[in-house]
Design a protein around this ligand. Sequence first.
Ligand SMILES: [Zn+2]
Ligand SMILES: [Zn+2]
Length: 276
Amino acid sequence: MMARWKCGHCAFLAWADDRDAMREVTGSHLLAHAPDAVTRSDFRTNWDCPYCATAKTAYDADGAVDEFKTHLHEHVADRIVDGAHVADRFDWNGTVRIDAPVDSDGADALRAHFHGHADLVIAVTPDPERFVRLLDDRLDAWPRRTVVVSTEEYPFDDEDEIGVDDGSIEMVEIDPRLGPDELGETISRIIDVNHAAGDVLSLEVSVFHEIVSSFDVRTACAFVRMLSARIGDSGGALQLYVDGDADPNVSTVMNFLDDEVDLGITPADGRFIRRS
Ligand SMILES: [Zn+2]
Ligand SMILES: [Zn+2]
């Protein structure tokens, strides 16, 4: 779980590992709201807090700004919420867009964050071995059930260093010629077979770029709408990993899907920032 802070001046919302890690987020953000609070004169840097009567002057410009950020942080420290999960924002029943390259550290941090709190994890991934090793590495314990869907083969049961009983992971190898309809149906069936009452479901789709590049906009949109509706039935968090900067077509499709997305997140330096 993480620490969460929402700015009282704007819609900014952020998650960080803990209160300490949040200090830099709050300080920098509040500083941006008060651009006139820091001034320079006579080789010195002055700051004048907009929230209280505190003001300081120092020769060390960086030190002064750091001190001001820490001071600003103290004004909001009691508004930081502990034990927060990103999926609390939509009660673990919705679709989240994660703006990051699928194989980036930021994407991995969100995978661990979501899958680490689920009983049933389903991942549609281009690289099943990387996925299994990531979960094995990052999670304190494996979910009750993990189903990895990929066009790539990965006989993980040959890998004795993976710390999980074979029975709790299933590899589903799909034909690369499958269209989004059939892939959606496959995922839906996997949910049917594996979802037990009360299970928290975490469904990751890390092949959205491939779907968009292989099919038209309408087909890619229909795929996400179908999965969103399916998630709506059973409850769960659908994560779409998208990197709009890398592919303008993906960006276009995501614009069409704005209504389907409950939360947009950008990971940065171990922190998660709400994008929409
Ligand atoms: Zn703000
Ligand atoms: Zn103050």
